[in-house]
Design a protein around this ligand. Sequence first.
Ligand code: GLA
Length: 380
Amino acid sequence: MAMAAKPPLGWNSWNTFSHDINETLIKEAADAMVESGLKDAGYEYIVIDDCWSCRQRDENGRLVADPEKFPNGMKALADYIHSKGLKFGMYSCVGTRTCADYPGSFDYEFVDAETFAEWGVDYLKYDYCFKPRSADGPTLYRRMAMALRNSGRDILLSACNWGNDNTVDWIRSTGAHMYRSTGDIVDSWQSIKDIAVSQMEKQKFAGPYCFNDMDMLIVGMYGKSHNSWIARGGCTTEEYKTHFSLWAMMNSPLMIGCDIRSMNDDTKAILMNRDILAINQDVEARTPTVLKEWSEGADTAVTMFKPLENGDYAIGFFNFCDGDNGTHIQFSDMGLPTRGYGLQLYDLWEQKDLGVHTCKYSAALPAHGCLMVRAKVVKL
Ligand code: GLA
């Protein structure tokens, strides 16, 4: 079955928990995914990242789940996750070891794909550490893609090589369904901004069946991570809103990284804003047009728009400045005739009608803030 027709939605253990994972936590995350309403909003994958296995393979060369962290094994955990109507994701690596020094899948691709299929895995995040220098990265992704496609189970391949070796040029051809093309996100505004700005030109390579993964969300972490390298003091709710809006607008998979067992109301409102999710999940996944206003030589504001399947347009206004800032869009840049037509605008965060406008719209934005609207073409 074809997978990733739309950007995948889910939760991943890494940003908050890193090495500190176990069966109880993953089950609680699955429970929270359902009870909080995230599942109803469309999130479906529960993904265990690095640090789940024993340090060595068994005598048959198989990967083994750490019996202390996962006493009932991965099959039982997969069954539990599936019983909640969710899908189960795991992690391995192209190289000889994973990034946190557990066994990698190099030269074991088909054996590991078989193991994952037996366990009931639906998604594999596939990292890029410890790649033998002589081995070719694209070939190694092709190898795992082939192994998964022939494992007897639908397993989504989530590549994670951080944009190395010009990922965008070859990743779609390997069979991967999504791919990281940046370094790791950390819980700070600077990280949100750096990733968003670095990915604007790369959007044209992403689309259905192979999306550009801008990395797992930091929405709702507020500086809480078991990994001090990721923690970094956290962000404000306003900044998390802008982060979520950018990832949605840019068609990124949305893999939640906070502790979904204890989200505050702001976090829930961000992650479950149906209107913003609809922009991300639009079936056509059009590349947004980016209009930059780098007027002062520094990052100031960006406006993005993209056509949606039903004839509407999504427009995002983003303020990267450290102070309040205005930005605007001229509708003629979107294709609107200068006479006879206007755009009816709806604010997706405030959930309010902004009226019909002709020619242009100017948005006043707080520092690091954004405005997300859905625009409908109207005849005047
Ligand atoms: C890399 C990846 C991260 C995470 C860690 C785990 O850094 O980019 O997303 O999976 O490895 O060790």
